[in-house]
Design a protein around this ligand. Structure first.
Ligand SMILES: [Zn+2]
Length: 408
């Protein structure tokens, strides 16, 4: 093979091929490369200065990008140098990915494929074990994350994702301004959130946090009060409304069992149309809701209460919001709606955190969106037992989406 064309294909400036071997059977091409300069120099891994004084050297075999149908391996001399600042250190080669058995450019290409396809498929394409692909992807993501500017945190979100019977819950802490997760941890205990503060939010970074949007889950609240004593806790609107929806559904079921015959048939399977916000319904869905409510007075009252409560978050003044909520609570006092009585107690117990929204308009929708992004990633990757990897994947995907939106 003419050396020149080989070195051109290789495209590692300053390096040339001095020996090669092609193995037809496995389609493997091995190239021995070294610096072409007459007086080669080496870069100290410790401090980055150029060194000429070589202490010793070894050969390393690393996988590179393929050439046509050939799988390419490079054999490269890695020197240990005598640096005048650091002593004897290994040299840094720009095209190697740390101590990995692959070049940085192969790693980048594999990681790029991992953005759009599951690890198993990427592994099959490159002829690499899935574990190796995952490691490569994670290393590239780590480098990306390390290069990002660190911004002060203002609004935090704490939420959980139900994983299933075996692993139960994943706690997710998010940066609501960037709209991306900051940390994830298994379970949803007070200790889980304590761990977040210990691992990811040192005291120096806590001061800028203005508000935390959280679900009415006591263990989380306890941890937040302990670690962020001056931060306002705002209860998540969607979680509050979920409790109200559950109460409406319980009422529907109770009425459904009480009634016989015709009415029973009408209420069956009408769950979703009742739980969805009136404003989001199509015209024929609205007609259906009206028919259902005309049938049962108690269900009609429950529906009205559900629809009304959503307006609580329209208020800007705490006094007005408080008056609105008290009127709402009073309206259900004489109704025989046990499920709603339970919700009323819950709301009263968490009143301050619900009304806190008047002072800190945290973006509730973002908590839901981040949660959705993580669930989508979990579905695609079948598992993601490695939570650090999961976190990096979602962060990268979110940043990428934001970049595309800005460019559009
Ligand atoms: Zn050095």
């Amino acid at each position: 093979m003419p050396e020149e064309i080989v070195s051109r294909i290789l495209r590692l400036p300053g390096y040339g091929v001095y020996a090669w071997e092609a193995e037809e059977l496995t389609g493997t091409l091995t190239l021995w490369i070294r610096q072409t300069a007459s007086e080669p120099y080496h870069v100290c891994r410790g401090c980055g200065i150029s060194v000429r004084d070589v202490h010793s050297w070894t050969e390393r075999r690393v996988r590179d990008l393929p050439w046509g149908t050939w799988q390419v391996w490079l054999v490269v001399e890695v020197h240990r140098v005598r640096c005048r600042r650091c002593g004897v250190r290994t040299e840094r080669l720009p095209f190697l990915a740390g101590k990995a058995h692959s070049t940085a450019r192969l790693e980048t290409a594999v990681a790029q494929d991992c953005e759009a396809a599951p690890v198993s498929r990427v592994a099959a394409k490159w002829g690499l074990p899935p574990e190796t692909v995952r490691r490569m992807d994670k290393r590239v993501l780590h480098r990306w994350a390390a290069g990002r500017p660190r911004v002060p945190l203002r609004d935090l979100g704490v939420d959980e994702i139900y994983l299933g019977k075996r692993d139960k819950f994943l706690t997710v802490v998010s940066d609501l301004e960037r709209g991306e997760p900051l940390w994830v941890g298994l379970e949803r205990k007070r200790e889980t959130l304590d761990r977040f503060f210990a691992e990811a939010l040192p005291p120096g970074r806590r001061r800028t946090v203005r508000a935390v949007c959280v679900d009415m889950w006591e263990p989380f609240v306890q941890s937040l009060r302990a670690h962020l004593p001056h931060t306002r806790i705002v209860y998540d609107k969607f979680h509050v409304l979920r409790h109200v929806n559950d109460a409406l559904d319980e009422t529907r079921r109770a009425e459904f069992f009480r009634k016989g015959g015709h009415a029973r048939g009408l209420l069956r399977g009408k769950r979703w149309v009742l739980l969805r916000r009136w404003a989001h319904l199509e015209r024929d869905e609205r007609r259906l809701v009206k028919e259902l409510l005309a049938l049962n007075r108690r269900l009609a009252k429950a529906y009205l209460l559900k629809e009304q409560l959503a307006h609580l978050w329209d208020y800007t003044y705490e006094g007005a919001a408080r008056r609105f909520l008290i009127t709402w609570l009073r309206a259900l006092r004489w109704q025989r709606l046990p499920a709603f009585q339970k919700v009323a107690k819950l709301l009263l117990r968490h009143l301050d955190g619900i009304l806190a929204y008047c002072h800190e308009k945290v973006p509730f929708g973002k908590v839901e969106a981040i949660n959705g992004n993580i669930r989508a990633m979990l579905r695609r990757g079948r598992g993601y037992r490695d939570h650090e990897y999961l976190l990096l994947k979602v962060q990268k995907a979110t940043a990428e989406r934001r970049r595309l939106l800005r460019a559009a």
